[in-house]
Design a binder for this molecule. Structure first.
Ligand SMILES: [Fe+2]
Length: 388
């Protein structure tokens, strides 16, 4: 089995996929010319055996694990201090979305002289960066969801404004990705489901986003098909390496596809996460059907193709919508934001923030702050009909 599921890919970057390939970390460092790496990971993984093992693979590797879920700018600043004090020359970004994003942003900022928020993903602000000041990154995902290992951005919470900001530069794309499914077998089913649904929403929103991008569309459709088959398997049989391998690939596919754009699910999930520190994938998974109902007038043709890819019969909107609800239920995803502690009173704020979130530009049906507030309220209460 592992022989079949082992491969090297060269797009969107160098990816070494297969069970056990974490052992090739020294080769990845050599390939990128890294002699003194800083391994950046989520605080929850600080003592994890797989982190200890990775540290031992490359002598001289130091550890920085002060990265919370939904990382904040203070985490980046602390990481930069450690990076500079240790005279490091590259980053091993290791973990879930938070560890990967923090590692990428620390590497990006390591040689910059301007402050972090100068590099927010606005217009051509990325051209403010000195490309020679960007350190090389090896990305090692331990969840199958974010796809940040093949992304050119990192999400950081601005604690002053309670906004999630996207820090973007084309050179933030990691130079080598080690996609080792053995690192994900210990994930509990709830985290497997929530992160896997993030990957599904990446594929779904990218496919439904307007714009001419058949490459992204093709990757998104196959990503959804893989997740339909393998996410329940990965949840129900956590050590199933085939399911874990294909889910890791699907996660990378989601992030590759969303170079085309995202949409209303992410536009709302970002301010919800920034204000209430909710799990990103879980927030997306809850929101998805509410946004589908709102977008219905704009996505008929797209849903017809998705229905074919997922082998669903009947009228396409009903087929896809019903399948999404059933899939969510099978994965034990809650139906309302209230169930994860998000209050309805914040609707106006979330609506305003969603409307200006960069992901909003990819939503197929035009939406203003009031529409996003309405979708948010519906998702808090579980009132699907009210977003139509
Ligand atoms: Fe996401």
């Amino acid at each position: 089995m592992s022989a079949i599921l082992k491969a090297n890919w060269n797009y969107p970057t160098t990816i070494w996929a297969g069970p056990g390939r974490i052992a090739e970390l020294p080769a990845a460092c050599a390939k990128l010319g890294i002699r003194r790496p800083l391994l950046v990971t989520d605080e929850g993984l600080c003592e994890a055996p797989m982190v200890r093992r990775a540290l031992g693979l490359v002598p001289g590797t130091a550890l920085f694990a002060r990265v919370r879920g939904n990382p904040v700018a203070a985490n980046i600043e602390a990481g930069l201090e450690v990076y500079r004090a240790g005279d490091h020359d590259g980053v091993i970004a290791f973990g879930g979305g938070s560890g990967l994003d923090a590692g990428k942003v620390i590497a990006f900022m390591s040689g910059q002289t301007r402050p972090l928020w100068d590099f927010e993903d606005v217009g051509d602000w990325w051209t403010r960066a000195d490309p020679k000041g960007i350190a090389p990154v090896i990305a090692i995902p331990t969840t199958a969801g974010t796809g940040s290992e093949v992304g050119r951005a990192g999400v950081v919470v601005n604690e002053t404004t309670h906004q999630k900001k996207i820090i973007f530069h084309p050179q933030m794309m990691p130079g080598v990705v080690i996609s080792d499914p053995e690192l994900t077998v210990g994930l509990p089913p709830a985290i497997t489901a929530a992160t896997g649904m993030d990957a599904f929403v990446h594929c779904f929103e990218a496919y439904c986003a307007p714009g001419f991008h058949p490459l992204a569309d093709g990757i998104a459709l196959e990503g959804m098909r893989l997740i339909q088959t393998y996410l329940p398997r990965a949840c129900e049989q956590p050590t199933d390496l085939e399911a874990r391998s294909r889910m890791l690939a699907a996660a990378s596919m989601g992030a590759t596809a969303f170079q085309k754009g995202l949409g209303g699910v992410h536009a709302i999930a970002h301010p919800v996460g920034a204000n209430f520190n909710t799990h990103h994938g879980l927030t997306n998974a809850i929101l998805l059907p509410y946004v589908i109902v709102y977008n219905r007038p704009a996505i008929g043709e797209r849903l017809a193709v998705i229905a074919r890819a997922l082998d669903l019969s009947g009228e396409p909107f009903a087929a896809v919508f019903d399948w999404v609800l059933a899939f969510r239920k099978r994965l034990n995803i809650p139906h309302t934001l209230a169930e994860i502690g998000v209050p309805e009173e914040s609707a106006e704020l979330i609506g305003r923030e969603a409307a200006i979130d960069p992901s909003a530009s990819g939503n197929p049906q035009p939406a203003e702050a009031a529409a996003y507030a309405r979708i948010f309220r519906a998702a808090v209460k579980g009132d699907l009909a009210s977003t139509a």
